[in-house]
Design a protein around this ligand. Structure first.
Ligand code: NAD
Length: 279
């Protein structure tokens, strides 16, 4: 492991040895045409080798097209997609996966996640994920928005443990206990909405730290993610922001600044609560 986190091409190893790059481009709410195609191409040009999409984002086609057109060898890029809630259940998962792969124009996916823990269904869904994994169609499987009780339930009879949990994570929502549980179980923590969907930019404390390091507030918080061992997937469709969001390997936050940001935690969510979502 690159303890110092100085390499733009660096990654953390998942429980099965697959390498997952530190920073990915998030593409939620990026239109499935020029918008997502440009964003993915700009990201690859800036050095990203990791893209985070989902069936629910309705832009897998654009992501696949951009990857094909980019000229970057497929094997260099780590691609994540997610199974939507309506498609949970054993057979439905297998079908939904095929559709995702058609849209992405891929043979093998790097990471497939269960998007939300749909009660009564996620365990059967997981069995299908395990089948796709053992068939070699996915290099790593994981979950998203699974809190500790969901993970405990899943782990009771999982043959393959989830390798990743993608969760809302930013200075207002740290969930340390969940983080510790993931660590104990070798589940890589991954941050969604790392920039608090833009709310980050009104945080004076982060702005002050940014000024001190001569970096942007986004860069400070994305670096804070990495120094916490968390993989991060900021979203942008702006070329300059895409470039600057991955330009976080030439500085290190001092322990006292890490702690100052940690103290902003107030267990406040921006997105839905995995215990009460209704979609
Ligand atoms: P985010 O926290 O990444 O914030 C994105 C917002 O910040 C956008 O409005 C963007 O224009 C702005 N921005 C980005 N870089 C900037 C910069 N350098 N300066 C100023 N503004 C900047 O929000 P997000 O899209 O919710 O989360 C990131 C990704 O996480 C998504 O795109 C998606 O891939 C994933 N996600 C997953 C789930 C899930 O349930 N698994 C939920 C939400 C998001």
């Amino acid at each position: 492991m690159d303890k110092k986190i100085t390499d733009i091409n660096g990654s953390w190893e998942l429980a099965n040895g697959i390498k997952m790059p530190y920073v990915g481009l998030g593409v939620w709410k990026s239109d499935n045409g020029e918008e997502v195609i440009n964003a993915v191409k700009w990201a690859l040009k800036a050095g990203y080798r990791h893209i985070d999409t989902a069936a629910a984002y309705k832009n897998e086609e654009g992501v696949g097209k951009a990857i094909k057109e980019s000229g970057v060898p497929r094997e260099e890029i780590f691609i994540t997609s997610k199974l939507w809630n309506d498609d949970q259940g054993y057979e439905a998962t297998l079908k939904a996966f095929d559709k995702t792969m058609e849209r992405l124009q891929l043979d093998v996916l790097d990471l497939y996640l269960i998007h939300w823990p749909v009660e009564g269904k996620f365990k059967d869904t997981w069995k299908a994920m395990e089948k796709l994994y053992s068939d070699g169609r996915i290099k790593a499987i994981g979950v998203s928005n699974f809190l500790k009780p969901h993970l405990e339930e899943l782990l009771k009879d999982a043959k393959v443990k989830p390798m990743v949990d993608q969760l809302e994570f930013h200075p207002w929502l740290v969930q340390q206990e969940l983080h510790d549980f993931c660590k104990e179980n070798d589940i890589q923590y991954e941050a969604w909405s790392p920039l608090m969907q833009g709310k980050l930019f009104s945080q004076d404390i982060v702005n002050d730290i940014a000024e001190k390091y001569g970096k942007s507030p986004a860069q400070i918080v994305l670096r804070w993610d990495l120094q916490h061992g968390v993989i991060t997937i900021p979203k942008s469709v702006n070329e300059k922001h895409i470039q600057s969001n991955i330009d976080i390997f030439d500085f290190e936050l001092a322990e006292e600044d890490m702690k100052t940001i940690d103290k902003l935690n107030k267990n406040e969510r921006i997105g839905p609560d995995p215990n009460s979502f209704d979609f």
